[in-house]
Structures are given as C-alpha cells and as structure tokens.
Design a protein. Structure first.
Length: 367
C-alpha cells in the first residue's frame, strides 16, 4: 500500500557519505579528546562503519569520491553487550540506527564519542587484525597487540627447527603437543594453528568462560576449530587434571601472554575518565580502562601468574620443550630470575620486540 504522504515531504535517506568531511570532523574531535592516534582512529572507525578496508577508504577519500553507505551494517550487534557493557551497547545502537537512517555523521559521532572515553577501537569495530587473520574482539577479552606476534614468530622458528631435525633423520615431521595458557581471544592459539609447519595437538585454556566463547568463535572463523581443544580453568590446571598421576611432562611447546600489569597500575587506569586523563604520559595504559581486569591484573608486582606458571613448567614441558612467555616493560630481569630458579637442565633467553624492548622469555628444557 502506498503512503498518502506527499513525496516532497518524505525524509530523504542519503546513501552516500561525504568522506573527506566525515574524516576531518572525526579527526578533530578525537584530537580534542586527547587521542594520540586521532587520524588513524578516525580512518578505522569510518572504514568499519562503511564496511570497507581502511586502504580502500583512504583511496576514495583522497580522490574526493562520495562513500556509499553499506546495505549490510557490520558494526557489532549491541544486544549481546547490553547487560555487561551498557555504555558500549548504547553507542553501537545509536550508530547502527543512524546508519540505517542514512545519517552517516550521527553514526560516526556516536563511535567517536565512545572512543574518546578510552574505549579500544576493536570494541567499536568488533574486529582486530593479527598476523594474517581478522579476529573477533569483544570487551570480554584483551585486545590483541602487535608485539605479541613475537611469540608466534619464535614459536614458528622452534617448530621449523623440529621439522628440519626430523628431515635430517629421514623421517616425516611427527605431531607435537602444544598449549596456550590464558588464551583470551584465541589470537595466539589460532595464529599458531593457522601457520604451524608441523601437525599440532594444540590445547588452549582460560579461566574466563566469556573469553573461551570468543576464542572458539575465532577458531571457527579462521578454519582451525578442529585443530584446537579449548579447556576452561585456571592457568595449566585443566591440562594437569586431564593427566594421570605420575604421567611424564608431555608438552613440546607452551605459549602464554598472561596478565602482567601490576594491580596499582590497573586501578589507576580504570579510574581515568577519558583518553586525556591517560595521554600522552603513558600510552600503554590507553586501553586498560575498558579492558577486562581478569586479562590485565598480574598482582602486586605484575608477575603473580607468570611466577605460578613457571613453577609448573617441570610438570608440563618434556625434555627439549620450550615455553614462550610475554611480559611487561621492565620485567625481563625478574622473569629471567624466576626461570633460573628452575635449576640445572633449564635455560632462559630474553627476547626483544621490534622497538627493542624486552618482551618475551624463551625458557627451554634440556634434552
């Protein structure tokens, strides 16, 4: 049935956005909020809102082309977030409604306003690139960091050495046992399963049931769900509980990016009200205010969970095995001392990331 409303009086739904104007306004708003990455933030939010890649959007904006609004809105659904994260859910609800009505400026403004509170970009887009993967991210998991790729690069080198050793003996690479402790979004486990040069029997644990839901979704999304067993529990307890008393250590490779932020630093960041309260003196804290405490808080000195896991390595790593543990700024010497405490038959090397900062401990068991 046709409406009796005169055509001239009906609201016009714009299906194109003025890319340069949107980008300019969003960048200025984020600069005013204190974001140190205002241009990139604005580009990422605009690309997510329009359902395009950042590079595609940059090309269109540079050429002055109008940007078509998406027929399918790809921003995260707000309803699953309403109970636990109502502020984020409200921002996404406003943005999605505005997009559906053809109001691109209002949609972007809602996202920018929420970003200005310190909300990680990935919570607003629902995505984060890691290695060659695009992962789902929610406020229930730690936002995957580029520096964590050092663990994957080192793990792949370790596995490649195992493959070379097998070939030198004239045999095909045999499956290895691996585990990620504290998997969170599943970024490390999924990337390792995706890129491993050798078959892995890979297990990933987490104490958070919500995080495991995200990790399982990412494994399914990236086509490696059949290669990872997810287990719910504290650190390595699920692995140890599944083995009979007296069973020998069985892991060839263990990887972990456990919470390592001191409790006082987590408290201070979560008391901040906006980006401006944190930047520019401590950019590493920018996302902490909106990320789950369970994924951040490493106890008084930040090393509580790392200390516990290192103490369990003799029950987990078989001879010749390696553990790769990420840690925070200034913690390298302390982590090395903890590993040295394992005694004879163990050695530790501290590895730096691309910025030159100590970032990861490689702990090997002789054999």
């Amino acid at each position: 049935m046709m409406s009796d409303e005169p055509i001239a009086s009906r609201p016009v739904v714009e299906r194109e956005a003025d890319g340069p104007a949107l980008l300019r306004d969003a960048t200025l708003q984020l600069e005013a909020a204190g974001s140190p990455t205002s241009r990139l933030d604005a580009e990422t939010l605009l690309a997510a809102m329009l359902g395009t890649r950042v590079t595609t959007r940059r090309t269109a904006v540079a050429a002055g082309f109008p940007l078509p609004l998406p027929a399918l809105i790809e921003l995260p659904e707000p309803e699953p977030l309403s109970d636990r994260h109502p502020q984020l859910a409200d921002a996404l609800r406003i943005a999605r409604s505005a997009l559906a009505a053809g109001d691109a400026p209002a949609a972007l403004a809602a996202l920018v306003q929420e970003r200005a509170t310190g909300r990680p970009i990935s919570h607003l887009t629902g995505r984060r690139g890691f290695r060659r993967l695009e992962l789902l991210v929610t406020p229930d998991v730690l936002d995957p960091r580029p520096e964590s790729e050092l663990i994957i690069e080192t793990a792949l080198a370790f596995l490649a050495d195992r493959v070379a050793a097998d070939r030198a003996l004239g045999r095909a690479p045999h499956p290895l046992n691996a585990a990620e402790i504290g998997t969170g979004s599943g970024a490390l486990a999924v990337a390792l399963a995706d890129e491993s040069p050798v078959p892995l029997r890979l297990t990933a644990t987490d104490i958070s049931g919500e995080a495991l839901m995200v990790a399982r979704a990412n494994a399914l999304r990236c086509g490696v769900a059949s290669r990872i067993t997810f287990m719910h529990g504290d650190l390595a307890e699920p692995l140890l509980a599944a083995r009979a008393p007296g069973d020998p250590a069985h892991l060839d490779l263990l990887i972990a990016n456990l919470p390592y932020v001191p409790t006082a630093d987590v408290d201070g960041a979560k008391e901040a009200a906006s980006i401006r309260d944190l930047a520019p003196h401590d950019l590493a804290r920018l996302g902490i205010a909106a990320e789950p405490r369970l994924a951040l808080d490493g106890g008084g000195d930040g090393l509580e969970l790392i200390r516990r896991l290192i103490a369990e390595l003799p029950r987990l790593l078989r001879p010749g095995g390696a553990a790769l543990l990420e840690f925070g700024d200034g913690q390298g010497d302390d982590v090395a001392r903890l590993a040295d405490g394992l005694g004879i038959g163990w050695r530790v090397a501290i590895r730096g990331d691309l910025s030159g900062r100590d970032r990861m401990a490689e702990i090997r068991r002789s054999g």
